[in-house]
Design a protein around this ligand. Structure first.
Ligand SMILES: [Zn+2]
Length: 227
């Protein structure tokens, strides 16, 4: 059971943050359960968004599933935030003072309709001091592999694309998200971007693009270690 552990970047023992590799397809419930059990976390506490590439962010409560949801915020409950991806960016947001966390599914659809800002709006209700926040972008498809057509080309500033001769373009989705993060005045040192491209690193990650829509999913976990 392999995963990349981002917890230490947050500089706190209060959070656990990771994204799995591709040992198992974590969209299958029993694989998700055993991953969480192996982390010595309680599976009955997970919060699961039913992801639809929306811009909907919800605050977790006692429920375990959240329909039509692509981002979750945890205000100090014992719920474990989960997210499935295979090319899109899983973004982890941590407010180190209020100990609030958010995990957001950031593909071009969500980012172009403001899902990151929606998550920040919710977190800012508890604390709007941006210097208290840290951000991690998990493994995702990079500009080397992320070819998009003209429909997507109109969604973001032209500086995020590299045009090709055939009318298509390569999209730098991590820079789109980084630009949104930095628009709040965040220091670049408070943002960690996983360097690996999910499509290039085929031994390690699932890639929706590489596997032409038939890929499994990686599981991201974000958890407050409540005392
Ligand atoms: Zn690549």
């Amino acid at each position: 059971m392999n995963y990349t552990n981002y917890s230490s970047f947050f500089g706190s023992r209060d959070v656990f943050a990771c994204t799995s590799h591709n040992d198992f397809d974590y969209s299958i419930i029993k694989n998700k359960k055993s991953f969480i059990k192996n982390l010595k976390l309680n599976h009955s506490n997970i919060a699961v968004p039913t992801q639809t590439h929306s811009n909907n962010v919800k605050v977790v409560n006692t429920n375990s599933t959240y329909n039509n949801t692509d981002g979750l915020v945890n205000y100090g409950s014992n719920k474990i935030l989960t997210l499935l991806t295979a090319d899109c960016v899983p973004i982890f947001i941590y407010d180190k003072i209020k100990k609030n966390i958010s995990l957001v599914h950031s593909g071009w659809r969500g980012l172009s309709t403001g899902i990151f800002f929606n998550a920040m709006d919710i977190l800012f209700k508890a604390n709007n001091s941006i210097k208290d926040f840290k951000f991690v972008m998990g493994p995702s498809i990079k500009k080397c592999c992320y070819e998009v057509d003209i429909k997507v080309y109109s969604k973001f500033d032209k500086k995020f694309y590299e045009l090709k001769n055939d009318g298509k373009a390569m999209l730098d989705l991590q820079s789109v998200l980084l630009n949104q993060i930095l628009s709040y005045g965040v220091f670049i040192s408070d943002v960690l971007i996983d360097k690996e491209c999910t499509k290039c690193s085929y031994k390690k990650f699932f890639s929706y693009r590489r596997e032409k829509g038939n890929s499994g999913r990686m599981l991201s976990i974000f958890n407050l270690m409540l005392k």
